[in-house]
Design a protein around this ligand. Sequence first.
Ligand code: IVH
Length: 665
Amino acid sequence: MTAEQAQQKIAALRQLLNEANEAYYEKASPVISDREFDRKLEELLALELEFDLQSPDSPTVRIGGKPSKIFVNVEHPVPMLSLSNTYNSDELFDFDKRVRNLLGHSDFTYNAELKYDGMALRLRYKGGLLVLAATRGDGTKGDDITANVRTIDDVPLRLKGSFPQVVEVRGEAYMELKAFDEMNRLREEDGLAVFANPRNATAGTLKLQDPAIVAERPIRFFAYDLLFEGDEARELTQSEKLDLLKDFGLPVCDVRRECATIEDVNELIQQWDKTRHAHPFETDGAVIKINQERFRDILGVTAKAPRWAIAYKFEAEQAITTINDITLQVGRLGTVTPVAELEPVQLAGTTVKRASLHNEDEIRRKDIRIGDRVLVEKAGEIIPQVVSVINPEAEGRGPEFSMPENCPACESELVRIEGEVALRCVNPLCPPQVRIRIEHFASRTALDIDGLGEAVVAQLVEAGLIETYADLYELTTEQLIPLERMAEKSAQNLIDAIEASKKQPFERVLYALGIRFVGSKVAKDLAKAFGSIDAIKNAGAEQLSEVDSIGPRIADSVVQFFGNGVNRTITERLRSYGLQFETEQNETASDKLEGLTFVITGTLPTLKRTEAAALIEQHGGKVTGSVSKKTSCLLAGEEAGSKLDKAQKLGVRIISEDELHSMIS
Ligand code: IVH
């Protein structure tokens, strides 16, 4: 290669890698795989070295992603670096050799941890209180996303135990696979674009402007490093630091181990590779760290990564198969989703036959057609995705796919709702929608009606015996017996199971109603905060949004649901059959707050707002959403806003969480 050719090649690689970095870090939607990125980066580095064409702004030196302009920038006192990757045992042994050479001895151990596939965060605690949470950004400066991170339940707002004045925590925000799948399923039903994987969903969420929406998303956190301002950590090991983090109340993953030698590390991570799918979260490898903190300084860092740690990446699990057909599925809320019917293929331990193609835009973007050979990958735990077409240049490919104009199930015209990518069938009596609503109502996490699975629901709907879930409570054994595979005994069992569902707690009933955006967690929070269906019905959107996990979107949807006459009739029928419409009366702990009305605002030091509300109610007090002359006390935490102003104007008593505790103790 001539110098000129090298220059051209270097320019092209830099552009490609910069674009890939931008897509990954700023748009949270990667365009090439991690492995491909690493290969290109290595190729670039080799060329830069060979032709002496290094540059301070090359992606070989810069960590991806500029800090965004929307959030306030913060400088990292200790840079947030990346990790070098290894892909096989040989590369791992090379790392060990390098470390021993640099140290000049083998007097150290390793600590192996899982590599969590999420987004790096930096947390700063002062006097035990969370004062800052920031993204990695370019490694030296990131975004201040404290307000968003404060909504993550896993991240304590106050440390436990005894801790130094300043504590820096490094860790990974992530989403569990089940929660990710559920969130995507609801998004798809709601006609919204789905996230490609839990990592993108996490990064995309934490960069949102509205913490109320962040609070609705199932973000979790694992701490993986602890930094002190002074020398306190010098004599500690990585595993002791992780234990300390745990003592401080931070979540630390228990899949970790100290290893005496690199051979032990190697054996361990081969085992971890086999069990990687057993975890509730996604892991793309392991991180191997020199256990003794004091060797970190000696080994130092390169421009991008520390020399005292390395990542070991597991092989990505993908498979190639053929799209036999593209069919259409109608969801609970009428969303019509195209589905790829695949030639069955083994993937991450299961046989994959179908993959959601999400919507027409997505199919166009990836140019997916019937008959194509495609690369499939598991995005979450269950749902496989079509990544790309293998043979886009092949001759004789099928025609481009286009969505029908009418519902494949009931023939009514499909509509596209503004702001949504999906097409929707808005006929409430469309049979698959009716079926799915009833299936949801009877499902295990909702009212758990044993024996009322897909097949039975389909028969009941087809036979015209039920049109809504309320009709279930009018069924008789005589009506059931003529159905296929239904004997007298099973008919009686089903009637008994329907009867038993009347005892299910209120939060389950609320979830079973199938209100848009109200998943089981939101239903639980609503039930806890309001106590009854009437209280929820009477609350306006603003009061509903007072609950921690409820943003304006959910609040509007709840208001809309109960504003609809059909829904009101159906719910009133459920009430008349005896379903639980309020939370069981919690035993009152005392009546110390009897006759007092509270409003809660701001971030409290230890209690979530819903917990504070429950506590007040347990002691006989009442909690309302807005401050008025009737308010007895405003319980105010940090960053209290307009409610505090109003309370001050009205002369309402303002109390802290501590004062609340002393009022009831
Ligand atoms: S230690 C100097 N430990 O992987 C960086 N990182 O590819 C030291 N990651 O940005 C990081 N799990 O966000 C460490 N157990 C773990 C990790 C982990 C995931 C992420 C981290 C980092 C990225 C580097």
